[in-house]
Ligand binder design. Sequence first.
Ligand code: FFO
Ligand code: ATP
Length: 196
Amino acid sequence: MILTKQQSRVFFLEERAKLTPAETEHLSRLIAGRLFHILTERSVRYLHSFLGADSRQEVDTRLLRQLLQTKIPALDWATPRIIPGTRRMEHYVWDDTTVFSVNRWGIDEPDASSAQIFDLRSIDAVLVPLLAYDRQGNRAGYGGGYYDRFLAECRSDTLKIGLSFFEPIDAISDVNAWDIRLDFCVTPFAVHRWDY
Ligand SMILES: Nc1nc2c(c(=O)[nH]1)N(C=O)[C@@H](CNc1ccc(C(=O)N[C@@H](CCC(=O)O)C(=O)O)cc1)CN2
Ligand SMILES: Nc1ncnc2c1ncn2[C@@H]1O[C@H](COP(=O)(O)OP(=O)(O)OP(=O)(O)O)[C@@H](O)[C@H]1O
């Protein structure tokens, strides 16, 4: 299947909408198990993650953090907040004390007044949200360009790990110069890797 970013967004939004809460929980648990092996193999210490929105049937990264925390207690987590009125994000520590509030898109974000700023240069790996990705590691999100901008600011050796409930399409046909490719994509049933 070869689709444009826009076609792939429509297709995967529909696929995701078919998943029940029980299914997303089960599939997220399978993703956590595969992710564990990558994080330990690559000695990841500082991990950045989006906050998956249940209302959008995203991967349940709260559950991922809960499961991985017991297996890798030394792992430090960070999570983003959109700077209002911009297409940029700032980054905060995500620990058991972090207070979240829902933004206008139904996505939980750390409360800027109480959360602690996280230095983006220390991040070893980023869990990247996506709607679609292809066999070359190209991705498409909701179209805001938030992650393209953020990943461009990260260290060049920061691992970009996509999370998806689905397998890749053959190609996204309209890849742009600013698009940043994934190093890995973890699904419930496979790990795809382009980090060679
Ligand atoms: N959980 C999570 N957090 C994330 C992302 C994500 O994909 N998942 N993002 C990944 O980049 C950024 C948020 N990106 C978003 C981009 C557009 C819309 C959105 O709903 N847009 C409107 C249409 C366009 C518009 O009004 O600008 C819509 O769909 O109704 C929401 C989030 C940052 N945080
Ligand atoms: N590094 C960048 N600097 C400036 N503008 C950028 C950058 N990256 C992307 N953009 C802008 O962001 C817009 C959206 O890009 P694209 O359609 O690839 O989003 P996406 O990858 O689906 O979204 P997201 O990264 O939020 O998940 C593009 O129109 C582009 O102009």
